[in-house]
Design a protein around this ligand. Structure first.
Ligand code: NAD
Length: 288
C-alpha cells in the first residue's frame, strides 16, 4: 500500500479577504458616485480588551474600504435603557446602514434585548431573530459574518456541497447553527455536534467537511479526520505561549486533510470582510 504524503492545501483567509475587500471598495465607489456612503456604527460598552481589538479592526477595515464608520465607546456602567435609546437613534439615522453592538455586553444589559432592538435592515451582524428566521427559511436577509465567511472559503476552492457530509462542531447562534443552515441550503447532509455529543470521532471520521467552532485547542486531531476532507477552523484560542491558535491540531490534521484553514490567517479575516459586505449590501438595499 502506498501512502500519500501530500500536505493539505491551505485556504488562505488573508488573501481571500483582501480580494473581497477590494471588491467592496469598488462597489462603495459606485454608491459614492450616487451620493451614498455606506455607514457602520460600532458600539462598545465597557473595556473588554479583546473586544477593543475587535472593534478597532472592524473600524479600520471600514475606513480602508472607503466606508464611513463611527465607533461609540461607553463606560461599563451604561444602563440598558440608555443603550436601547442610542440604538433607536441609530435605527433612524440615514447615514448609518449597519449597526453592530460588540458582544459581550456588561451584566446589567440583556444582550438579547439589544440584538432585537437593532432594525433588521441594519442588522449587519445577522444576529436578529428576523435575520435568523430569514436564513432558516431561505429568504433575503443578513447572514452572520463568520459562517458567511466560511461559505466564501468553500466557494474559493470550488467545493460542491451537494450530497456531501458536513459536520459542524458547535451549536452557537452566531456560528454553529447558522453554519449548519448555510451548508444545508447548499444541499449538504449536515450533522451538528456539541458538548453532549457522544463519540465525536466516529462522526467526524465520516465527514467530507468539518467546521470546528468550539473554542477548545486541539479538539480536532488527525485521527478524527477522513483523508482528503476539508477542514475549516473557526476556533480562537491561545496556546501556552499566548499565541493565537484554533480548535484544530493544524500540524497533524494538515497531513490528512485535503484542505485546511489556518489560525491565524483563516476564518478571522473572512469574518471582518463579510461585515463589510453586509454593510455595503445594507446601503445598496436602502438606496433602491
Ligand atoms: P460558544 O461557546 O457559544 O459555543 C461553543 C460550542 O461548542 C457550544 O455549542 C458547545 O456545545 C460546543 N462544545 C463545547 N465543548 C465541546 C466538545 N468537547 N465537543 C463538541 N462540541 C463542544 O462559542 P462560539 O461563539 O460559537 O465560538 C466558538 C469558537 O469560535 C470560539 O473559539 C470563538 O472565539 C471562535 N470564533 C471565531 C470567530 C472568528 O471570526 N474567527 C468568530 C466567532 C467565534
Amino acid at each position: 500500500m502506498t501512502q500519500s504524503t501530500a500536505l493539505a492545501q491551505i485556504i488562505d483567509g488573508i488573501a481571500l479577504s483582501q480580494q473581497l475587500r477590494a471588491d467592496v471598495a469598488r462597489r462603495v465607489n459606485v454608491l459614492k458616485a450616487r451620493g451614498i456612503t455606506p455607514g457602520l456604527a460600532v458600539i462598545l460598552v465597557g473595556e473588554n480588551p479583546a473586544s477593543q481589538v475587535y472593534v478597532r479592526n472592524k473600524v479600520k477595515a471600514c475606513e480602508d474600504a472607503g466606508l464611513y464608520s463611527v465607533l461609540e465607546k461607553y463606560p461599563p456602567d451604561l444602563s440598558e435603557a440608555a443603550l436601547l435609546a442610542r440604538i433607536e437613534a441609530l435605527n433612524q439615522d440615514p447615514a448609518i446602514h449597519g449597526i453592530l453592538v460588540q458582544l459581550p455586553v456588561p451584566a446589567q444589559i440583556d444582550a438579547a434585548k439589544v440584538i432585537e432592538a437593532i432594525a433588521p435592515a441594519k442588522d449587519v451582524d445577522g444576529f436578529h431573530i428576523a435575520s435568523a428566521g430569514a436564513l432558516m427559511t431561505g429568504m433575503p436577509g443578513f447572514w452572520p459574518c463568520t459562517p458567511y465567511g466560511c461559505m466564501k472559503m468553500l466557494e474559493s476552492i470550488h467545493f460542491d456541497l451537494r450530497g456531501k457530509h458536513a459536520v459542524v462542531i458547535g451549536r452557537s447562534n452566531i456560528v454553529g447553527k447558522p453554519m449548519a443552515l448555510l451548508l444545508l441550503q447548499q444541499h449538504a447532509t449536515v450533522t451538528i455536534c456539541h458538548s453532549a455529543t457522544k463519540d465525536l470521532k466516529a462522526i467526524t471520521l465520516q465527514a467530507d467537511l468539518i467546521v470546528a467552532a468550539v473554542g477548545r485547542r486541539n479538539l480536532l486531531t488527525a485521527d478524527m479526520v477522513k483523508p482528503g476532507a476539508v477542514v475549516l477552523d473557526v476556533g480562537m484560542n491561545r496556546n501556552e505561549a499566548g499565541k493565537l491558535c484554533g480548535d484544530v491540531d493544524f500540524a497533524g490534521v494538515r497531513e490528512v486533510a485535503g484542505y485546511i484553514s489556518p489560525v491565524p490567517g483563516g476564518v478571522g479575516p473572512m469574518t471582518i470582510a463579510m461585515l463589510l459586505v453586509n454593510t455595503l449590501e445594507a446601503a445598496e438595499r436602502a438606496s433602491t
